[in-house]
Write a protein that binds this ligand. Structure first.
Ligand SMILES: [Zn+2]
Length: 303
């Protein structure tokens, strides 16, 4: 496969460096495993016989690649993180953030997949927050702020971006505080329904992890409403994925029979979305339907 025009950066081992457009063309095989982590995709790349694993974002028409590292299938269920210096596009403060150093395909086997939420969105490191102006976004979006939005963002953050308490590393600021500011940031930036549906699922995940089940329920209802709206407007190419999201969100908002119906519909379809590795994702989705039924719908009598 050929990816002309790629530009961005990747982190390999402990070293962050910049790549020029076209750098990836030298790879013999690149498999993009489209998973939609806030507009990002995990991928496998093979070069001179070695397999690499990474995370790439196609935000703003260009690709950012982070967490690019040799992939070892036997690496165990732990991921490593590296410190990266990132300059805030709003206030020019240099922050130290965490970026994925190495990880494996096991991230797709974590239980959060039942909420259609995936690592690294499940970690405390995922939402970057500037220590000075409190600009907060998903990690891959932080440096992708359009210049024409900076004035509006600075004004919003001045007005609504306060964080009380001592200055601590960003990942020690409660994730819900960071998500709350990120929501306002993305309101200013403008995002589509696919994005907001994922944002609500991620918010629901963290709320549930923190025991705030009532608020988690509300976030999942918002995600469900967005996903059901998408079903009415999107093409059938991606409906399998959206139906699974509808099914999972119905289940976690107390509607197992609605979940069953959505998954039954999804199981009859094939994902053929053109911008991702359709065959790989379709296989993953089929397995996810199977696993979800076994894990949840069987025991609730809806299978
Ligand atoms: Zn800042």
């Amino acid at each position: 496969m050929n990816f002309p025009g790629w530009a961005g950066f990747w982190a390999g081992s402990n070293h962050l460096f910049r790549a020029r457009a076209g750098e990836f063309v030298s790879f013999e095989i690149v498999v993009v495993q489209g998973m939609g982590l806030w507009g990002s995709h995990l991928f496998l790349a093979v070069r001179t016989g070695k397999v690499y694993f990474g995370c790439v974002s196609f935000a703003a028409g260009r690709a950012h690649c982070i967490g690019f590292a040799p992939w070892r299938q036997s690496a165990g269920l732990s991921s490593t993180w590296v410190d990266v210096e990132v300059t805030c596009p709003v206030c020019a403060t240099v922050n130290v953030f965490k970026a994925p150093g190495s990880f494996g395909s096991y991230v797709y086997r974590e239980p959060s997949r039942y909420q259609y939420v995936f690592w690294p969105a499940t970690t405390d490191f995922f939402v970057y927050t500037c220590r000075r102006c409190h600009l907060s976004t998903a990690m891959l979006d932080f440096e992708d702020i359009p210049p024409d939005k900076i004035t509006a963002l600075a004004a919003m953050l001045e007005r609504e971006g306060a964080i009380g308490g001592a200055v601590v590393p960003y990942f020690e600021i409660p994730v819900l505080t960071r998500l709350d500011i990120a929501r306002k940031v993305y309101d200013v930036l403008g995002r589509d329904e696919v994005f907001w549906c994922e944002f609500e699922r991620i918010t629901g995940y963290h709320l549930a992890e923190l025991g705030q089940s009532k608020h988690a329920h509300a976030a999942r209802e918002r995600a469900l409403m967005l996903a059901e709206g998408l079903l009415e407007t999107e093409t059938s190419a991606t409906a399998k994925e959206t139906l699974i999201i509808v099914g999972t969100m119905r289940f976690f908002t107390g509607d197992p029979s609605g979940a069953r119906a959505a998954l039954a519909d999804a199981s009859k379809r094939t994902f053929t979305g053109a911008d991702r590795d359709a065959a790989g994702l379709d296989e993953f989705l089929t397995q996810l339907i199977h696993d979800f039924r076994q894990r949840f719908l069987k025991e609730s009598g809806q299978f």
